[in-house]
Write a protein that binds this ligand. Structure first.
Ligand code: ADP
Ligand code: TRP
Length: 338
């Protein structure tokens, strides 16, 4: 009997080399990469071109790319199973970005939340790359005809725009070339946002509130113990203020359900001791980060291995990108006359 080869669905996701990976990156994205790598056709990359909107120095950019590559591997992404590559090693993506830009409208780009936020917080550097950031991200995704994109909640709108650009291209050229890329979440539920421990907002590389995978356990304990809380509940079952809610959110992500339940009960009966809760939270975080930290330290100086992984990934990713670009040029009418 002929064995039927099951065609794997395709997955694409990337992280910018703008700093070390933190718990937000791990639980929002990398944990899903690990879950998906053996069952899907995966492309995980380092979005170095995207990071140029922040104008890194060449030395910082290089160091950042190397660091994220080492951290991807340290987390357990297997370069034999998934294609791990550096965005700029696949120049076809910038060509597709150019074509998609012709059908991306100023109004929709200006309305993007991340763009509005950047324009507000860094008025001296509202560059065109920031405006068209979602177009480049769409190109990253659709160039491999991705079906799923594992990302955190903060990327939800960008992913929706990727679907819009993919569908628009298909409609414009009367051909269903690109599938509509869908979000993928670790537990099949909502996309997640890992909070910072400074009282509000998400944990981010540039927000100064990150707990990093490479961090020393002593430093993690210090950061967690410093987390913002309040004087404690005064009524039974009181609604939690945001900083306390954030502490619980993080605990739900890293700790066992019984641990969360225990502290929920303590809170609801006004018996909670935040110090105890933080101590437990710190240990549960350290249990996740310790093995990763050890591997990061081993890998980051292994230039030969990092180079080998990057080269192998570049070859596989280019093969797929070139194939799509050939179809794209044909559909658009960019045919050779010779
Ligand atoms: P950062 O936001 O730290 O600069 P990136 O923008 O490069 O990092 O994000 C890379 C991936 O990590 C994306 O999938 C993003 O959704 C995810 N991510 C980043 N921060 C968080 C967070 N606090 N919670 C959940 N996911 C996050
Ligand atoms: N925009 C993403 C972020 O800031 C990074 C990214 C670039 C990405 N291209 C992508 C994520 C393609 C998923 C798929 O986090």
């Amino acid at each position: 009997m002929m064995s039927e080869k099951k065609i794997k669905k395709t997955v694409v996701s990337g992280i910018r080399p703008t700093g070390n990976l933190h718990l937000g990156n791990y639980f929002g994205a990398v944990r899903s990469f690990l879950k998906m790598q053996h069952d899907f056709n995966c492309y995980f990359f380092i979005a170095d071109i995207h990071s140029l909107t922040t104008h890194p120095t060449p030395a910082n950019l290089q160091a950042g790319v190397r660091q994220v590559l080492a951290e991807y591997l340290a987390c357990g992404i297997d370069p034999e199973a998934a294609t791990i590559f550096i965005q700029s090693d696949v120049p076809e993506v910038t060509e597709l970005y150019t074509y998609l830009n012709m059908n991306a409208y100023l109004g929709e780009l200006e309305r993007t939340t991340s763009f509005k936020e950047k324009a507000r917080t860094q008025p001296d550097n509202v560059n065109a790359g920031l405006l068209t950031y979602p177009v480049l991200m769409a190109a990253d995704i659709i160039i491999h005809k991705a079906n799923y994109v594992p990302v955190g909640k903060d990327q939800e709108q960008h992913l929706e725009m990727a679907r819009t650009f993919a569908n628009r291209f298909n409609r414009m050229y009367h051909h269903k070339l690109f599938p509509a890329p869908k979000p993928f979440t670790f537990d099949g539920k909502d996309m997640i946002k890992v909070p910072g421990l400074d009282g509000s907002g998400k944990m981010g590389k540039s927000s100064g509130n990150g707990i990093y995978l490479y961090e020393d356990p002593a430093d993690i304990r210090k950061k967690v113990m410093r987390a913002v809380t309040d004087a404690g509940p005064t009524e039974m079952n009181q609604v939690k203020p945001e900083p306390v809610e954030n502490l619980f959110t993080l605990m739900k992500i890293v700790s066992a359900p019984e641990t969360v339940e225990y502290f929920e009960n303590q809170y609801n009966s006004c018996q909670i001791r935040y110090g105890d809760m933080k101590k437990q939270l710190a240990e549960d975080i350290i249990a996740v980060t310790t093995p990763i930290r050890e591997r990061i330290l081993e890998l980051v100086n292994d230039s030969e291995y990092l180079g080998k992984v990057a080269r192998m990934g570049a070859e596989k990713a280019r093969e797929s990108a070139v194939r799509t670009l050939t179809e794209v040029r044909e559909l658009i009418g960019l045919r050779k006359l010779y």
